[in-house]
Ligand binder design. Structure first.
Ligand code: NAI
Length: 339
């Protein structure tokens, strides 16, 4: 009897497991720029994500090797590597989420805007292909300057007649990851419990962490809040300088990119209350794109949340970031429509 009972119990648990893995929908994710500093660890992390059933790794070169390497990991997704423009269509076809870390990173002394000329062209051509091969995919834009590359993508999609503002995201998750880490250190609270919204854009002063809304509450003095804000805004530069010419944040960015893509997949799969900050089309300020908390759903953006109550310091920060962010957005739109 005992044997029978345990036998049927384990059969039931097998059935349950069988049912639950069968219930996870098939999802294809494409990583464009997969052989790069961000692309490789990001591909690894996406291979570990059980929500992914197909993973397409695309770059101009080097992806067969990355794909062969990652493909030996015994997790759910099937992997394929695609190299060179003639394989881009195949890489994109059927994708539910496309993550774009393609382009050049910063070197010491460069701002994100210095990357504009090269990365704007790369993003434009990749988005032209997305419009053709997977117009319904959610696009996670990592390539900098995000403040301009997201508007470029929007313009490309509009021209192609495929633009859906619910499906285009600038990935600002690394700013949130940094704000959480730095706040936990200063406030001496467990980092895994920390929440901090980061709004605005993704460059210098356009990055506005809202420490007045941080939880757990810590009532830090004003000078600490100022120092934390500055460190979050300059987090990328801290890494660029420490790497001394060998690129910008790659490992923490891969983590942040994987976190955001996971949130997108959960939203697509109907998991309720998935909320992340992201740079999206927005009407919460006078600017056409703005980062704030966003609820992710079955069609991408479900709801763009407002900023909530701001401290006087944050109100000032908001006022001073608007002109810079506006100029970066306009620069992107102009580039997309000129060339
Ligand atoms: P990387 O130079 O190591 O890798 C970039 C990869 O893109 C290379 O493998 C390159 O072959 C590939 N690539 C170039 N043109 C391409 C094209 N037309 N199609 C497909 N792939 C192409 O650079 P890294 O460090 O991986 O950075 C990538 C981008 O991510 C940069 O623009 C960087 O500024 C940005 N970034 C964004 C962050 C964010 O928080 N959103 C944080 C850190 C970096």
């Amino acid at each position: 009897f005992q044997l029978l009972r345990s036998g049927s119990a384990s059969r039931a648990s097998l059935l349950r497991r069988g049912y639950s893995s069968g219930a996870v929908p098939e999802r294809k994710v494409a990583v464009l720029g997969a052989a790069g500093g961000i692309g490789q660890p990001l591909s690894l992390l996406m291979k570990l994500n059980p929500l992914v059933s197909k993973l397409a790794l695309y770059d101009i070169a080097g992806t067969p090797g990355v794909a062969a390497d990652v493909s030996h990991i015994n997790t759910r997704s099937e992997i394929a590597g695609y190299a060179g423009e003639d394989q881009l269509g195949q890489a994109l076809e059927g994708s539910d989420v496309v993550i774009i870390p393609a382009g050049v990173p910063r070197k010491p002394g460069m701002t994100r805007d210095d990357l504009f000329n090269i990365n704007a062209g790369i993003v434009k051509s990749l988005c032209t292909a997305i419009a053709k091969y997977c117009p319904n995919a959610l696009v996670n834009m990592i390539s900098n300057p995000v403040n301009s590359t997201v508007p470029i993508a929007a313009e490309v999609f509009k021209k192609a007649g495929t633009y859906d503002e619910k499906k285009l995201f600038g990935v600002t998750t690394l700013d949130v990851v940094r704000a959480k880490t730095f706040y936990a250190g200063k406030a001496k609270v467990p980092v895994e419990e920390v929440n901090v919204p980061v709004v605005g854009g993704h460059a210098g002063i356009t990055i506005l962490p809202l420490f007045s809304q941080a939880t757990p509450k810590a009532n830090l003095p004003d000078e600490d809040i100022k120092a934390l804000t500055k460190r979050t805004q300059d987090g990328g530069t801290e890494v660029v300088e420490a790497k001394a010419g060998k690129g910008s944040a790659t490992l923490s960015m891969a983590y942040a990119g994987a976190l955001f893509a996971d949130a997108c997949l959960k939203g697509l799969n109907g998991v309720p209350d998935v909320v992340e900050c992201s740079f999206v089309q927005s009407s919460i300020t006078e600017l056409p794109f703005f980062a704030s908390k966003v609820k992710l759903g079955k069609n991408g953006v479900d709801e763009v949340f407002g900023l909530g109550p701001l401290s006087d310091y944050e109100k000032q920060g908001l006022e001073s970031l608007i002109p810079e962010l506006k100029a970066s957005i306009e620069k992107g739109i102009k580039f997309a429509n000129q060339s």
